[in-house]
Design a protein around this ligand. Structure first.
Ligand SMILES: Cc1ncc(COP(=O)(O)O)c(C=O)c1O
Length: 386
């Protein structure tokens, strides 16, 4: 990985940044020139060649292999999916909830899909238990320790909360799960691309994410990592022809799942999205996730300090180890504040009562300072602090 990357040069590859203060990567990334060119290349194929299946299938394989590099795992451990939900559903369909080990532990920080899909397993015998935050809004390890036990089959947790930017202690939760014989699923959607995510180091057995946010690709494509030792033990009932050992066999008499994580895929790959995702992943690998993480941590630090200096503290944890790339600020009239920021060409998003400033490597200190200056002017009307 390149630690000498020039982020100011990389920033020029995202045209919207010349016009907007774009603090919205937790919703949808800024579009890079090369990602746009990749989508145009697909269109040219369609116009001039018609169908180009051999190339398209290779694009899917390229995404698999680049995603494996980002996670420091092997391509055989990666399923390329249409969404995080698709990966979670495929995994759920392979788990058996009959018998005493039927509990799924989720946190109150989950994005809906990583709780709803587990609740959808209740008719199959699953039992979902939620872990709530402490009074300070964070969920420490002790809260997980109270519910993870010998009846737990799976702990399914988000890396970074989409509502408040808090980052969970995944390595600690994974250790706890494994001690009780449970498996760990990590939803890294709000972290991957902005931080180094290494499933083997974290102890995650499964990891899902999507490619439209910090991975710089597009909507309609995601991934599921499955630790190699587990693949052979899990047979998803959620399947399809691209999940088979031999996609070309066209055998309708049996289900013969691939011996790789491809068994968690389903139908025709999201071809155009593979073009965009491939180009996005290449930028992430060019910059290097360690360098990106350092840069993003510095920018979120500046943002938190700036907010504190104007007397409008964020709800995102101040501790570097407890936050991801998003800083969330509570407001009394959040849609109105969002609109005011938009009028100043500052693009954010909001959830609950929080404005979300989500920060990627292509943001600059000037972006953060502009955000803080504008927030300072809105403080009297919008901050809950007196
Ligand atoms: C943490 C998290 N998980 C999952 C998703 C969405 O998953 P899917 O790809 O199934 O739409 C999001 C989208 O914002 C998210 O923030």
């Amino acid at each position: 990985m390149n630690t000498q990357v020039d982020f100011e040069v990389l920033r020029r590859r995202f045209p919207v940044l010349a016009r907007k203060t774009y603090l919205n990567s937790g919703s949808y990334c800024a579009l890079a020139d090369s990602v746009r060119d990749a989508i145009v290349a697909y269109m040219d194929d369609r116009l001039l060649v018609g169908a180009n299946w051999d190339v398209w299938v290779m694009k899917n394989e390229s995404v698999r292999s680049l995603m494996a590099q980002v996670l420091s795992v092997t391509p055989d451990e990666i399923a390329v999916t249409a969404s995080a939900s698709a990966g979670i559903n495929a995994l759920a369909s392979a788990l058996d909830f009959h018998g005493p080990r039927n509990k799924v532990v989720v946190s109150d920080f989950e994005f809906p899909t990583n709780a709803q899909i587990w609740h959808a397993q209740e008719p199959r015998g699953g039992r979902v238990v939620h872990v709530a935050p402490d009074a300070d809004g964070y969920i420490p390890l002790e809260q997980f320790a109270r519910v993870i036990d010998e009846r737990t089959r799976l702990v399914a947790v988000t890396h970074v909360c989409y509502r408040n930017g808090a980052r969970l202690d995944i390595a600690g939760i994974a250790r706890m799960a494994h001690e009780k014989g449970a498996l760990l699923l990590l939803d890294t959607y709000q972290a991957i691309g902005a931080m180094t995510v290494a499933p083997r180091e974290l102890g995650a057995d499964f990891v899902v994410g999507g490619m439209l946010k910090y991975l710089l690709g597009t909507a309609g494509i995601g991934f599921l990592y499955v630790r190699s030792e587990l693949i052979g033990q899990l047979v998803p009932s959620n399947s399809g022809w691209f999940a088979q050992e031999d996609v070309g066999a066209m055998d309708i008499t049996a289900n013969r799942p691939s011996d790789s994580a491809r068994r968690f895929e389903a139908g025709t790959p999201p071809v155009v999205n593979c073009y965009a995702a491939e180009a996005g992943l290449k930028i992430i690998l060019e910059a290097g996730t360690d360098a990106i993480e350092r840069r993003v941590r510095g920018l979120t630090r500046r943002c938190l300090d700036g907010l504190a200096s104007i007397g409008w503290p964020a709800v995102t944890p101040d501790d570097d180890a407890r936050r991801g790339p998003m800083v969330c600020v509570p407001s009394r009239h959040v849609p109105e504040l969002f609109g005011k920021l938009m009028q100043q060409d500052i693009v954010t998003s909001f959830r609950d009562d929080n404005i979300r400033a989500s920060i990627h490597f292509y943001n600059s200190t000037d972006d953060i300072d502009r955000f803080i200056e504008t927030m300072a002017r809105q403080r009297a009307r919008h901050s809950r602090q007196r």
